[in-house]
Design a protein around this ligand. Structure first.
Ligand code: PMP
Length: 435
């Protein structure tokens, strides 16, 4: 598949935009380098690039595009919002509607605040937790990615680990000292950290289902233990559900049927983003009333935003959630993902390519290894060159994946059986070419 126009645009982009991309995860650095594909149109499950090539999209813009590209209900909502004036700087009724939809779906959120990205949402939860507990340190888990704010760019996964920058330059050592990183699915390490820094930990931050070193479920009892230990030590539990909210079912990990004992795994604060903006920029955070009441103008923790809760993003978000409330929507993504992962696994086996697939409903990750992947070490200990070969083979056969061995594949409501058939054929040929 030739992409001369992408190559030309990439050369031009390099002159004007740092690294040619506006987010490092879009670069092809981790898969052998060269020009990333410049897309110019998305429709349903398909992309068309600037050279006229078509692709089936499993990137879903790293998660938000769960209804496929240009979904008419969302497009209509955005056009309506634009026609009514895109930004007021005043409260609107729309914000109340989306806040109520979030509260109905995520029971631990008594109060909500909208922001503009997942990064902001996470950053704000940390400030609130610190204000509430009057402590400064946080504990996070190796390989979990929580956006690019200073505090959580320590041993982060996703983009930073792909590029081999676990600690970003520009994060002061004094800030990195405020963060303790422990392995995911490892309660004894968490307990040890809570003891060691007794009385200093404001919060334990976790992706309750990991999406940033592949898709990884918490081991049975892990979240219960995490919540209990954290609360026993006077700290707050923060769930980063930027990827997971509305991803697997209409709700979040907190009420996901595949996790037990929901009462025992409720966080104090939750950070949201991605899907809930229907593709427009958004983030949100929320939690228990007495905790959220720390936030200005009610309380002493300051957090603000010119664009926060803007009518366009909020309208797109409402429309997206309305689509997701449709009958059987998640079951269909689940069915297609099962077909796809069963087929890929069978094909890899037949072609002699070691592959571990972690599937959670309509999302999954492919790890080129012959061991399970339940923590970051195991996710790192996989064959990056095999992934790069697979990624490029798939791309040249019209299948668009994220250019990183740590990112997930996302099914959308727009994918069809015909997409799965074409993807399986491409995967089989790619595996064959990899031997
Ligand atoms: N938290 C998680 C779990 C994420 O996956 C991401 C982005 N991939 C973020 C936070 C940051 O969100 P944003 O890119 O919207 O700032």
């Amino acid at each position: 598949m030739n992409r001369p126009n992408s190559e030309r645009l990439y050369a031009e982009a390099l002159e004007h935009i740092v690294g040619g991309v506006n987010s490092p995860s879009r670069s092809f650095k981790a898969v052998g380098g060269g020009a990333p594909v410049f897309m110019q149109q998305g429709q349903g499950s398909r992309f068309r690039d600037v050279d006229g090539n078509e692709y089936i999209d499993y990137l879903a813009a790293y998660g938000p595009i769960i209804t496929g590209h240009a979904h008419p209900h969302i497009t209509e909502a955005i056009v309506r919002a634009a026609q009514n004036g895109i930004l007021y700087g005043t409260p609107t009724e729309l914000e109340i509607k989306l806040a109520k939809m979030l509260k109905d779906a995520i029971p631990s959120m008594d109060k909500v605040r909208f922001v503009n990205s997942g990064t902001e949402a996470v950053m704000s939860t940390i400030r609130v937790a610190r204000a509430y507990t009057n402590r400064s340190k946080i504990i996070k888990f190796a390989g979990c990615y929580h956006g690019h704010s200073d505090l959580v760019l320590v041993a982060a996964g996703s983009g930073p680990s792909t590029l081999g920058i676990p600690d970003s330059a520009g994060v002061p050592a004094s800030i990195a000292q405020e963060v303790i990183t422990v392995p995911f699915n490892d309660l004894p390490s968490l307990e040890e950290a809570l003891h060691r820094w007794e009385g200093q930990i404001a919060a334990v931050m976790v992706e309750p289902i990991v999406g940033n070193f592949g898709m990884v479920m918490p081991a049975p009892g892990f979240l219960e233990g995490l919540c209990k230990l954290t609360h026993d030590h006077g700290a707050l539990v923060i769930y980063d559900e930027v990827i997971t909210a509305f991803r697997f079912h209409y709700g979040s990990a907190q009420t996901f049927a595949e996790l037990d004992n929901h009462d025992a795994i409720m966080p104090d604060l939750t950070a949201l983003g991605k899907i809930l903006g229907g593709g427009l920029p958004i983030g949100a955070y929320g939690g228990r009333k007495h905790v959220m009441d720390q936030v200005a103008p009610l309380g002493p923790a300051y957090q603000a935003g010119t664009m926060a809760g803007n009518p366009a993003s909020v309208s797109a978000g409402i429309a997206c959630l309305e689509v997701l409330q449709g009958e059987g929507v998640y079951e269909e993504m689940n069915r297609l993902a099962i077909r796809l992962t069963d087929g890929i696994a069978e094909s890899a086996r037949r072609r002699g390519v070691p592959l571990t697939i972690n599937r959670i409903r309509g999302s999954f990750s492919t790890h080129f290894c012959d061991h399970p992947v339940t923590n970051y070490d195991q996710a790192q200990d996989t064959d990056g060159e095999a992934f790069a070969a697979f990624f490029r083979g798939m791309l040249d056969r019209g299948i668009c994946l994220a250019p990183s061995k740590y990112e997930a594949w996302f099914l959308t409501t727009a994918h069809t059986d015909a997409d799965i058939d074409a993807t399986l054929a491409a995967a089989d040929e790619t595996f064959k070419s990899m031997r």
